[in-house]
Design a protein. Sequence first.
Length: 503
Amino acid sequence: MTQKTRIFKACLICAAALLFFVAAQMQGRLNAERTDLGLTRLAPLENAPPALAFTSVALGGFRGLIANALWMRANDLQNEDKYFEMVQLADWITKLEPHFVSVWTVQAWNMAYNISVKFKDPEDRWQWVNRGIHLLRDEAIPINPHEVLIYRELAWLFQHKIGANLDDAQQLYKLRLAQEMQPLLGGRPNFDALINPKTDADREKVRQIKEKFKMDPKLIKEVDEQYGPFDWRLPDAHAIYWAELGRRESKLHPKDEETLRRVIYQSMQAACIRGGALDKSVTNVTERNFMLWPNLDLVPKASDTYLKLINEEEGQVLKDNARNAHKNFLKQIVYLLYEADRIPEANHWFTYLKTNYPNAFILKQANISLDDYCLGQIMTDNSEADMNKVTDSISATFHHAFMCVISDNEDGYQNSEFMAKRIYDHFTEKIGEISKQRLKLKSLKDMKDRVLRIELDPHNNLISPEDKMILRTRFKLPAPKAEPTPAPAATQEAQTPATETKQ
């Protein structure tokens, strides 16, 4: 080897050493920037068999290939109805690719929708729906706190899978969620006790809310003040909570926030239609006393939410879509208010609808009156297989019956009772046996008793104490018991009055 060759090789070695030194100096900065931008994909694999853990570390960047192979095997297991093995593979896949959003959302969807319906027992279905929720809430979000689509998928499970009536077990889903939330949030949480707990019982509630359900009491209060008040035993409140949290965390993908806005105004609409839920006196949620009813006090907040989110939409198409949703919401809410005998409010929103959405009605209905519009919609609803709308109609009919009792109109009372039975029987006959499990109504007696309890609720000022006494006399009910004086540190649940309305 010549002198010249040795010098040349020495220079190459020095150059290589210098380049390695520079690369080493830059590596820390590059790693920090990758972490800040959410690009790091090198989280260590945990709780996997030793062979899989070793292979994933040894192959490094080939972890994606391992995940693909496991994904294909998971699909094969699903086709073979081997659900538990599939769940284990899904766990490994999410650990191999913890920042790959689609892995989390697809697996949660698979559990809540595709696997759950394979089971006939509603309790088994609920377990799988719950697994989908846990996967997103307890595992995906802590690892990916700024990924909008994970929040959207979690909110959708509350809004659609639990909240809608498309699953045969949907009534059980709602009941189980309400039973989970009752001891922690009740219908109306005592926010002061949750944010500044002073008793061991309140501190335990806060611990479970934070650790088990991954919810922040301060954010619950902010969401309730901004969009509510809600009954926090119901799925729509939880859908809005997770959508709002996603909006606040959407730093990396702000364009995806549009999906969260849609979840919020759709859930607000649903909360108006079915967000009244239980009487406030109910502290033991059971299958019998758990019924969904309109929460029409939310209408102004819901309309304001539509307007706020319309202004946030980017692009004319999205704004027009949101305006169309607002218009349809108002068309529905007008006759729900009318049914509930809240005529001044119905007239206000009917005028607002015609003023702000001149195209809300077809040309031949441009001058339609409030009475004609609402009566037409009520007749249409009672010919459809929508349990929420039919429940609203029956509720309003019983309310009218009790008003007839107060005004000493016995014929009107009997006619309203007969009308409620006709609506109930018509719906029951229409849905038939095929949809009976999914759309079954509570008994007519339970629905009537529930409306009567609302009329007699001592906190309800819709009718006077004298009128309440008339109803008690007519239906042979005892006078209400005196409310106990609450202890200074009592929680909201402990302060619930003991009346005969509690079930």
